[in-house]
Design a protein around this ligand. Sequence first.
Ligand SMILES: [Cu+2]
Length: 178
Amino acid sequence: MKMEGAQRAVLVLLVACCVSLVITRQASAAKHVVGGSQGWDVSTDLNSWTSAQTFKVGDQLVFKYSQGLHSVVELAGEAAYKNCNTGTSVNSLNTGNDVVKLDKPGTRYFACGTLGHCGQGMKLKVTTVAGNAPSTPASSSSSSSSPASASAASPEFPGSAFLVSLMVPVTLCAFSVF
Ligand SMILES: [Cu+2]
């Protein structure tokens, strides 16, 4: 079976298209290691760190700290954040390497659950913007996502984007071959 030049070119184009699509999709979702190299710690200037970041839908927060020394508590709202009321937590994590996915636009609040740490500034207010990340089609991400299953998560492939990536070479094929 011998391929004609045009067909071969189309095939190469199709593969290149799909590969570039995957690469751009992965590059668009950023991982923000909270506090940078200092990590999630009392001594970290979290306000400065936060103001230098842009959080977009699809990005992830990674809290790195010594397990047992600190924890991550997600707070219900602004009031709890201001008062360090960790009793109103909507979620809490304590592995020392906690990943939180920013799956929709809006503001979220986090604090350390260790007594006194929030009052010393160990808290985080993150505002996520819509950005350029493709809107995930109602991914049923229940808030009870365990960190254990995080590694199994693969990049989602919305049908529409995949279809477009196929449509381009197919159209080109129609022009060049026939
Ligand atoms: Cu702490």
